[in-house]
Write a protein that binds this ligand. Structure first.
Ligand code: THU
Length: 136
């Protein structure tokens, strides 16, 4: 796994912690922050946004990814995800990550920014169904 420069990694983690403060979580009270770095060098942040109609809730990771992709910035490099306890991305977020880069680096951190897991998407979603799986 090719890692990021230490200073870039630390900044990404700080951005995820900062993004977490913007979470809208009146129901779960479980704020999540994400910061996504693309090959262009830009960072996109995201926080989970809940809804009174619970399933409409969107995760922090997907907010960050959709912000990047909707700006045409699709070469995802690394994502930092911050929760209270180092929670890992849900299955739906993993599937969205697989669409864009199975080699995506993930830094999972707790509320203090301590890395609890450093991994890649393909490690946490083996056998993923991706664009190449669609045989036409
Ligand atoms: N959540 C995320 O933002 N990312 C994940 O990968 C897991 C779950 C959010 C959704 C919901 O707002 C709260 O955490 C509790 O499930």
């Amino acid at each position: 796994m090719s890692d990021l420069k230490q200073s870039v990694k630390e900044q990404l983690i700080q951005d995820a912690l900062e993004a977490r403060k913007k979470a809208y979580v009146p129901y779960s009270k479980y704020p999540v922050g994400a910061a996504l770095l693309t090959a262009s060098g830009k960072t996109y942040s995201g926080a989970n946004i809940e809804n009174a109609a619970f399933p409409v809730t969107i995760c922090a990771e997907r907010v960050a990814i959709f912000k990047a992709v909707s700006e045409g910035d699709m070469d995802l490099q690394a994502i930092a995800v911050a929760t209270k306890n180092g929670g890992t991305p849900c299955g739906s977020c993993r599937q969205v990550m697989a669409e864009f880069n199975p080699e995506l680096i993930l830094y999972i951190v707790d509320e203090n920014g301590k890395i609890t897991q450093e991994t890649t998407l393909k490690e946490i979603l083996p056998g993923y169904f991706g664009p190449d799986s669609l045989v036409r």
